[in-house]
Every structure is written in structure tokens, then in C-alpha cells.
Design a protein around this ligand. Structure first.
Ligand code: BES
Ligand code: ZN
Length: 880
């Protein structure tokens, strides 16, 4: 809790540290209530900083200082001082010296899950972003890179396993005690946020990987005893990731051992600590009967993501936390490419764009909008956002599009060559892109500094006599907090001019000639592109592959959209056309118009796609998916009535379900399981179509949907089948519903990851009784505020994945969220703040809901002693 008002940190105030740390030797004596840490730091003045004689100020929180000495001599109390956030030592030697600090902390009392804590009797650490300071006094900032040697001592019976970063050293027992120890040595300099320690009674599975230069790396996944049989998919995914990074980027692993530990209390998804990744167990454990296809795909992608950080994040780290996108945006880009290469590129692209629109566009359009590289923050943990991650990845992708695949690879090689072992900046990275390609990326850099989603307005003019096609594009980015005026951005736009036969026409651009790549670049606020020799009026397919994270505003007709939906050579834009058409129908329906004819043509275009034997099942599933309610709300942007959006979407769902009943039932039969569960792309695609079909059928006929669901449930062999079925069943107000949920709990109550799914299913129901049910479930014996996964599955699902219930007209959804946040903040401020972001669009709501939501935000803000995390989110949300 803060007792002074929270301070803002500014990028422009970055200064190097006055002293560097070359080596760190840490000695842990583990105890659940008292862990003692002895830290020996080899320090020397940082000549480059030019701050000779400055005091040594180290970060530290919730620590008890027991002893402090310099070069082996205890120092006088007058020479140092301690407050709630730091240790200051005056008059330190102006030559290399050793500082030894002894502190204690209390892992058991650590409910924030930052620093050293205990999760189900396992000691584990989470240091990113600023958790190391809760373990010992240190320069807890990423530009201080040091070599770590660690000794861990703990009870042999409850902590047989003692792990830290790097390569293992000696182990032994301590004579005359029940304690033992292990040594670890990490030869690679690293920032403190990558430090990790794990100790406990864990089982592990082992495998190995031979790098392409022939080094053998031991691979281990540590889990709670009895869960060893759930690690096979994670291990497979790890080996696939290691091979892929060698092949695609020429990057090899650099230690003798790579370890992953799965824990059940974790604030995030997973963490890339050097050589010792720590994971939320939800992203490790999987068997066909416990995990869904979505879980399998997530596990694969997150293992890859954390593994890829070894180069993009660990070997080259961030100079300061403003550069977070340097590691996160780039590593998300790399994991997206990984999934695209080993699964379906089109499916992955569509999934990512859906996510970007629902989360990042929403963030960018509200009070929490910030640039990919922010210029200031109050609490850095609040900046692990969709903008830094997902938009950050889009910026990497745009640079690839602009400079080409070969130059991009050269630029990455150059980046590793220039900056290995350094703490770098976004400028360093973009300079590599410019230098390797010979392109000027100065204008492009604005993408990192300017918040908001650009809108590109399209005007088309075809001249049949001159055979010219004029495409006028105008870009506009609206104001965002602190940035009223925007500069034009460099926007790469994939383009196709589609002829009436569905083929792309040649692109002959005036002033350029025939285009090698179907790509144009908009760099001005407004520009007309004239295409020559255009035989007939084309249908425009713009921003192909979602080449830029923008919104397109065009006057294209419904007929054009349906044409593209059936014929566009660009798979992404085929899907996009269906989305645009569906948006238009939903908007018309919300405005009280009845677009009967258009709805009919849309549905018949959908029928054509579903019947097309050339189209794969995963793509059919995506085409059947209507835009999410959040996406629709974000597009509308003001006076939003989430209830009306839900009803409009339900009406369209019902119409699709009943008009296409024959095709859907046929697909339902055709997609029945054959053989054992496999998580490969084909089978995953088949099941995704199957459950998209069930959802559509049930929309048209709930009794039939319930009947099919119950039959399927009785014959389910995988968790994907169970969840696929139940997630439709919970949307229906039918008698089968309650019993099915009860049976699911009875079957799975002893598996915490499946109990999370049970909570989430109920919180996801767009039904009138949901809020009441959520209140009840908050009293359930399995509900715990101190377990982030549990809070996310119940209250997170309600507030972030169920707009109908969350935005209930009586304000009860908002009240539930605010009550939870207030109870959670003293326990785990990071999670409390994250949950509070669900209020971020309150000002775009219609008046009644707006007032309810605002009142809840004000109630939170009025609470004395708010954490810095929650204070930042709530105060910024209200400041508009
Ligand atoms: N470095 C992060 C984990 C992290 C985030 C630690 C915030 C501390 C504060 C990790 O690499 C990460 O990005 N994890 C993601 C999953 C990933 C696949 C995008 C997560 O945990 O959600
Ligand atoms: Zn990451």
C-alpha cells in the first residue's frame, strides 16, 4: 500500500546507474516464514555515468535488513539508511568493492505473488518486472546485467528439489541437520528480473535436444507429483520450438540444461527466467481428457514464446521498462510466426486479428490508450498490455512487410550481432531494420510513439474510358490521452484489384509501373494512387493479410463484400469481407432497420462457403463466427447499449441457424470424431467447425441444440468435446443445462484446472440469472481470491467475456467486479489492477450504464490505501 501519492516515471528521465554490478553471489536459507538471503555484490563505479562519488541506492521492499558490510567489514549505521523502497549507502569506495547484505523475507505471507512466494508448498519466484527487490536489495532494473552464482539451502524432506538459473553445480547435505544444498551457476550476464529459484517436492519428466551444432541439452519439466503423465505435449512443443528457432532465425540454445516448472498460483501465463522458465500450470498440463484444443494450442505457443525470449529478451534485454515492446512485441511476433509455420498461417492470422480488435483496438480507443512505447507510467506492471504485446508484434510484422523477408532476416542477424549481451532500445532495433535493408524508417518510428488506431478512408473512382482506377486514401488518427494531434504514419497496404472472374488484375501504378509486390505505402495524410490499364471496374481488396493495424472505412457495397467473401484470393480478406458484412447487418439491425434482403444474401454466401469442398474445416469455422460483441461495441464507440448488441447478434445467429439448418446438420454429422484424440491442425480444425456448427444450430433451435449437446456429452472422449458442447449448452435457457453442469463438476471436482473451466462456463452464460449465480459461486468452497486463475475464471470471464451479463442494466455486473477488486487489492494488486481494466470503456456506454460504471469506479477510487497498480488504472479511467 502506498502512503505517499504514486509517482510517475518518465522515459526522458532515464539515467545510467552510478555503479555496475559484475557478479552476484546469492545464498538462500529457505524457510516458509523466514527465508534468509545473503547477497554478495561485486561493484565498481560506472565511469560512463559520470556520477563519481554518488551514494549507492539499491531497491528493496518488504525486506528486513540483518547485516551489511563492505569488503568484509560491517559498516556503521550512520553510513546507510533504509526506507520502505530502498537502501542508501553513502561514501562507497570509488574503486571495485564487495558489498555483502543479509536480509530476510516472508514467502508465506506473500500473496502478491511477486518476489519469493509459496504456491502449494513449493517455493517459487516471480521477478519481472520489479519483484527481485522483494528478495534482496539490488539495482532492480534491466540495464544492470550481472553474472549470478546461487546457493540454495533447504529442508531435504519438503524441498528435495532445489533449482535456479544456469548450469547445475555441486549438491550435498549439511551434516547434523535435515537440510541440504545445491549450487547453480549462470555464465550469461542477466538483469535481475530473469532471476529464478524453485524449491519443493516436485516430480519431473526428462528428455534431451541436440542443437544443430551438436550440443546435447537436457530438458526437464517439473510438476506436482502425480502429474508427470500430463507433460508430453509441453515437452513435444519445447523441442519443436527449439528446432524452429534454429531453422528460421539461426538461434541455438546456450546452456546445458533447460528447465520448466509448472505452478498453480501465478499472476501471468508464464515467465522466461534464464534456463528456468516458470509457468502457470494451465499452460503445461494436458491430456486429451483434461485439456481442450485451445489449451493445446496455447501450451504450444506459450512454451515457444518463453523459449524464444532466450534470445529476444534475455541475451538482448531492455535498457529500461519503456522498451518493453522490444522483447514482448518482438517475441509475440516470433511466436505468431512459429504457430503460422507449424499450423495454418491463415487461421493464425485471423485469430490474432480478432484478438487485436477485441483487446487492443478497445484499449486504444479509451482512457488507457498508450503508445507501443509509452513515455511514462506509474506502475510498470500495468503496461503488459495488448498495445505493447499485440500492436508491438504488428509493428515488427509491418517492418517485415516493408523491407521483405530476406532483409528482415538480415536485420535480425544484425541485431544479434550488434547487441548480444546488451540492454538495448527500440531505436537500436529499428536501426538494424533500416541498416540491413537500406530503407529510411524514420517516419515508421512514429508507430512506436503515437497511440490510437488509424482510420483509413477510402474513395474509389473508375474511369471506363481512360481505364484508370483512382484510389484516394486519407488517414486519420483520433486524439488519445496526452496526444491531441497526430502525424501521418507510414502504412503498408496489401492490395488486390479483383476482376469479375475473381482473379486479381495486374497492378500498374502511375509513377511506379508494374508492382512487383501487391503492396502500396500510404505515407501522407491523403494521397491518390492511380492504377492504369484497368480493363474493368475492379472490386477492391485492401489491407490484405491485415498488413497494417488500422481500420478501413470504405463505401464498398454489401454485394462487393459478399463477392470477396466467395472469391478473394487473400484468405484473410475473404474472412474480413464476411466480418464487414456481418458488422453492417448488426449495425442496421441496431438502428432499427430490417436488412432482410442483405441478410438473405449474406446467409447464402455463407452457405456457399460451407458447401465448398476446397475450403478447409478450420476456415469454415472462422467464417461461421460472427464478430464478437466487444468488437461491435468498440466500432460503435459511443452510447453503446451492450444488451441491444447482444440481442442483435442473437437474432443474426438465430437466422443463420435456422436458414442453414440443413447444411449445419450435415456438417454436424460429417465432423463426428473418428479415432483417438489428436491435437494436430486437421483434427483441431474439424472440432472447431463441429462446435461452431453446434453453436449456430442452437441459435436457431435451442431444443435441438440441447438435444445434440446432450447426446454429444454422453459420448465425449475429450475435454474439447465436453467444453465444446457445454459452452453452447450454457448459452441456452433449457432444462438440461443445470444437470449437465452439475455432472461436469461431479466428474472433475478434484482437478483444479477443470474446476476453473467449470467456473468460467457459468460466468460466460449470457442469461438473466448469471450475475446472481456468480455471486453464489464467489461463496463456493472452491473459490479463492488468492488464486489468480480462479479469480480470472469467474470474475474475469464475467467482466471480459460476457458483455451481456457484465453490462446488465441494473449495474450488478459492475458491482460484482468492484467488490472483487476492492477485496483483492490488498492481497494481489497486480491482479486487482488487471481486473479493473474491464471498466476501461465505461465512457462509451449509454447514459444509464455509464453512470453505474462510473459510480463503481469512484467507489474504488475513494478507498483509502489503494495500491499504486489499482490507483493508476482507476484514476486514468476516470480522467476523461
Ligand atoms: N515476460 C512475460 C511474463 C510477465 C509479464 C512477467 C508481466 C511479469 C509481468 C512473458 O514472456 C509473457 O509475455 N507471458 C505471457 C504469455 C505470452 C505467450 C504472451 C503471459 O504471461 O500472459
Ligand atoms: Zn513475453
Amino acid at each position: 500500500m502506498n502512503d505517499v501519492s504514486p509517482q510517475t516515471v518518465y522515459l526522458k528521465n532515464y539515467r545510467p546507474v552510478p555503479y555496475l554490478i559484475d557478479e552476484v553471489s546469492l545464498d538462500f536459507s529457505l524457510g516458509p516464514e523466514t527465508t534468509q538471503v545473503t547477497s554478495r555484490l561485486s561493484l565498481r563505479p560506472n565511469e560512463a555515468a559520470g556520477m563519481g562519488g554518488a551514494p549507492l541506492v539499491l531497491d528493496g521492499e518488504k525486506l528486513e535488513l540483518k547485516a551489511i558490510s563492505i569488503d568484509g567489514k560491517p559498516i556503521d549505521t550512520s553510513r546507510y539508511s533504509v526506507n520502505a523502497s530502498s537502501l542508501t549507502v553513502a561514501e562507497v569506495p570509488q574503486k571495485p568493492f564487495t558489498l555483502e547484505i543479509v536480509t530476510t523475507c516472508n514467502p508465506k505471507a506473500n500473496t502478491e505473488l511477486s518476489g519469493l512466494y509459496v504456491s502449494s508448498n513449493i517455493f517459487c519466484t516471480q521477478c519481472e518486472a520489479e519483484g527481485f527487490r522483494r528478495i534482496t536489495y539490488f539495482y532492480d532494473r534491466p540495464d544492470v546485467m550481472a553474472r549470478y552464482k546461487v546457493r540454495i539451502e533447504g529442508p531435504a524432506d519438503t524441498c528435495p528439489v532445489l533449482l535456479s538459473n544456469g548450469n547445475p553445480g555441486a549438491t550435498g547435505t549439511i551434516p547434523g541437520t535435515d537440510r541440504h544444498f545445491a549450487l547453480w551457476d549462470d555464465p550469461h550476464p542477466k538483469p535481475s528480473y530473469l532471476f529464478a529459484l524453485v524449491a519443493g517436492d516436485l516430480a519431473h519428466v526428462a528428455d534431451s535436444f541436440v542443437t544443430r551444432s551438436g550440443r546435447k541439452v537436457e530438458l526437464r519439466i517439473y510438476v506436482e507429483k502425480g502429474k508427470e503423465d500430463r507433460c508430453a505435449w509441453a515437452m513435444e512443443s519445447l523441442k519443436t520450438s527449439m528446432r524452429w528457432d534454429e531453422e528460421r532465425f539461426g538461434l541455438e540454445y546456450d546452456l546445458d540444461i533447460f528447465m520448466i516448472v509448472a505452478v498453480s498460483d501465478f499472476n501471468m501465463g508464464a515467465m522466461e527466467n534464464k534456463g528456468l522458465n516458470v509457468f502457470n500450470d494451465k499452460y503445461i498440463l494436458a491430456l486429451p481428457e483434461t485439456a481442450t484444443d485451445v489449451d493445446y494450442v496455447n501450451i504450444e505457443a506459450i512454451i515457444a514464446h518463453e523459449y524464444f525470449h532466450n534470445w529476444t529478451g534475455n541475451r538482448i534485454t531492455c535498457r529500461d521498462w519503456f522498451q518493453l515492446c522490444l522483447k514482448e512485441g518482438l517475441t509475440v511476433f516470433r511466436d505468431q510466426e512459429f504457430t503460422s509455420d507449424i499450423r495454418s498461417r491463415a487461421v493464425k492470422r485471423i485469430a490474432d486479428v480478432k484478438l487485436l480488435r477485441a483487446n487492443q483496438f478497445t484499449e486504444d480507443g479509451g482512457p488507457l490508450a498508450h503508445p507501443v512505447r509509452p513515455a511514462s507510467y506509474i506502475e510498470i506492471n500495468n503496461f503488459y498490455t495488448a498495445t505493447v504485446y499485440e500492436k508491438g508484434a504488428e509493428l515488427c510484422r509491418m517492418m517485415l512487410t516493408l523491407i521483405g523477408r530476406d532483409a528482415f532476416r538480415k536485420a535480425m542477424d544484425l541485431y544479434f550481432e550488434r547487441h548480444d549481451g546488451e540492454a538495448a532500445t527500440v531505436e537500436d532495433f529499428v536501426r538494424c531494420m533500416a541498416d540491413a535493408s537500406g530503407r529510411d524508417l524514420n517516419q515508421f518510428f512514429s508507430w512506436y510513439e503515437q497511440a490510437g488506431t488509424p482510420e483509413v478512408i477510402v474513395v474509389e473512382k473508375y474511369n471506363a474510358t481512360a481505364k484508370t482506377y483512382d484510389l484516394t486514401l486519407e488517414q486519420v488518427t483520433g486524439p488519445t490521452p496526452g496526444q491531441p494531434d497526430k502525424a501521418p504514419l507510414q502504412i503498408p497496404l496489401g492490395i488486390g484489384l479483383v476482376g469479375s472472374d475473381g482473379d486479381d488484375m495486374p497492378l500498374d501504378l502511375e509513377g511506379v509501373g508494374a508492382l512487383n509486390e501487391p503492396l502500396i505505402e500510404l505515407t501522407e495524410a491523403k494521397k491518390t494512387f492511380r492504377f492504369r490499364n484497368v480493363a474493368r471496374k475492379p472490386v477492391l481488396s485492401l489491407n490484405r493479410g491485415f498488413s497494417a493495424p488500422i481500420r478501413i472505412k470504405s463505401g464498398a457495397s454489401m454485394a462487393d463484400q459478399l463477392f470477396l467473401m466467395k472469391t478473394d484470393n487473400d484468405t484473410f480478406n475473404r474472412w474480413e469481407a464476411a466480418q464487414t458484412a456481418a458488422h453492417a447487418l448488426l449495425r442496421a439491425s441496431l438502428d432499427g432497420r430490417k436488412p432482410a434482403a442483405d441478410t438473405k444474401s449474406f446467409i447464402s454466401a455463407l452457405r456457399a462457403v460451407l458447401n465448398d469442398s476446397e475450403v478447409d474445416q478450420a476456415f469454415k469455422a472462422l467464417m461461421l463466427g460472427l464478430p464478437g460483441e466487444q468488437e461491435v461495441a468498440t466500432l460503435i464507440g459511443r452510447d453503446v447499449d451492450p444488451g441491444a448488441i447482444h440481442q442483435a447478434r442473437e437474432r443474426l445467429r438465430a437466422e443463420i441457424g435456422s436458414s442453414l439448418k440443413d447444411v449445419l446438420l450435415d456438417l454436424w454429422k460429417k465432423t463426428a470424431a473418428k479415432g483417438a484424440y489428436r491435437p494436430n491442425p486437421d483434427e483441431t480444425g474439424r472440432r472447431s467447425l463441429r462446435y461452431a456448427v453446434l453453436y449456430a444450430i442452437a441459435g436457431g433451435d435451442s431444443a435441438l441444440g440441447a438435444k445434440l449437446a446432450m447426446n454429444q456429452l454422453a459420448n465425449s472422449t475429450s475435454m474439447t468435446d465436453e467444453i465444446g458442447t457445454l459452452s453452447t449448452l450454457v448459452t441456452l435457457d433449457v432444462p438440461e443445462r443445470a444437470a449437465a453442469l452439475e455432472a461436469f463438476y461431479a466428474r472433475h471436482h478434484s482437478d483444479h484446472l477443470i474446476v476453473d473451466k467449470w467456473f468460467a462456463l457459468q460466468a460466460s452464460a449470457p442469461l438473466a440469472g448469471t450475475n446472481q449465480k456468480v455471486r453464489e459461486l464467489m461463496q463456493h468452497r472452491d473459490f479463492k481470491l488468492t488464486t489468480p486463475n480462479r479469480v480470472r475464471s469467474l470474475v474475469g470471464t464475467l467482466s471480459m467475456a460476457n458483455p451481456f451479463a457484465f453490462h446488465a442494466e441494473d449495474g450488478e455486473g459492475y458491482a460484482i467486479l468492484a467488490d472483487t477488486i476492492l477485496a483483492l487489492d490488498p492481497l494481489n494488486p497486480q491482479i486487482a489492477a488487471r481486473m479493473a481494466t474491464a471498466f476501461r470503456s465505461w465512457a462509451t456506454l449509454e447514459e444509464k450504464r455509464r453512470e453505474f460504471a462510473k459510480a463503481q469506479l469512484e467507489r474504488i477510487e475513494a478507498q483509502p490505501g489503494l495500491s499504486r497498480d489499482l490507483f493508476e488504472i482507476v484514476s486514468k479511467s476516470l480522467a476523461q
